[in-house]
Design a protein around this ligand. Structure first.
Ligand SMILES: Nc1ncnc2c1ncn2[C@@H]1O[C@H](COP(=O)(O)OP(=O)(O)O)[C@@H](O)[C@H]1O
Ligand SMILES: [Mg+2]
Length: 272
């Protein structure tokens, strides 16, 4: 299911123009990272995808639906949302009930609900906590719970707002695995993040926002090496890119394995 943003502007009632003529098209199954400094308009943009906000101008299409013609409840079947703060979306008494809420609300049978809850909890590694109270989990795990609740909705498109924030290295790796699994299942993932290294590892495409506009949009391997353009948007390049450039290597691979291969070849050539 493709997502299309057509010449969209959005102004908050306070008068702030948060989005200014945004165009973007995201194809089914893509993993897109959205980068940009605080206040660039990232969260505002994704809130238009499920009708939490409505464009002041322009159109947002989710598949064949113009979001203007559909309620937030209807759009929730197509676009799942992980909020930046998980506590904004947790309200049940147990972990399992929290994850069951969405599918049950969608009219899934009890057998389906049970299966979806088990699958989602397994994916995020919270099976053992199924009967715990959500607020007995530490914050990073509450984020994983909120993610499980989002996954259980089985929407073709998922928006994750700052999924790795507040996570330690284990949590970050878990979220990376989850992103990879969802990608393999063919879901479209839109990840807002300040974690540019996470983007380097997991996103195929990068959209950089600056002052309500799309500053640059392209393949991760092309965008993340353009340090000048990233700099303009206050985004620090990935560590491997900085390392490659400091070493004056001819290329800057985005994952460690490729980097090591590239480095070895480059050293061999230099020795000759
Ligand atoms: N509820 C709101 N009311 C008024 N202005 C807002 C609101 N939310 C965000 N803004 C403003 O809109 C702009 C874009 O914000 P936001 O979309 O949250 O950016 P980002 O997610 O990239 O940090 C900023 O100038 C911000 O201050
Ligand atoms: Mg934000």
């Amino acid at each position: 299911m493709n997502l299309r943003v057509e010449n969209v502007s959005f102004r908050y009632p306070s008068g702030v123009l948060a989005l200014d003529g945004v165009n973007a098209e995201i194809a089914s199954g893509e993993v897109v990272g959205i980068l940009g400094e605080n206040g660039a308009g990232k969260t505002t943009l994704v809130k238009l995808f499920n009708g939490l906000l409505r464009p002041s101008q322009g159109k947002v299409w989710i598949g064949d639906w113009d979001t203007a013609d559909h309620s937030t409840a209807a759009l929730a079947a197509r676009v799942g949302f992980l909020f930046q703060n998980p506590d904004d979306q947790l309200f049940e008494r147990t972990v399992a009930r929290e994850v069951a809420y969405g599918p049950r609300n969608q009219g899934a049978s009890e057998a389906q609900v049970k299966r979806r809850v088990a699958q989602a909890l397994k994916l995020v590694g919270l099976q053992a906590q199924a009967d715990s109270h959500p607020y007995d989990l530490p914050q990073p795990q509450r984020k994983l719970l909120a993610l499980a609740a989002t996954i259980a909705m089985q929407t073709p498109i998922l928006v994750l707002d700052e999924p790795t924030i507040g996570q330690d290295e284990v949590g970050r790796t878990t979220i990376g695995h989850i992103v990879n699994s969802l990608h393999q299942m063919g879901r479209t993932l839109i990840i807002i993040t300040h974690d540019v290294d996470f983007c380097a590892q997991h996103a195929q495409r990068i959209l950089v926002m600056l002052q309500g506009k799309v500053h640059v949009d392209g393949a991760a391997s092309e965008v993340l090496i353009q340090t000048k353009i990233l700099d303009e948007a206050e985004v620090a390049p990935p560590q491997l890119v900085r390392l490659a450039q400091a070493l004056k290597m001819p290329a800057a691979p985005l994952n460690v394995e490729d980097f090591v291969d590239e480095y070895k070849q480059w050293r061999k050539k230099r020795k000759k």
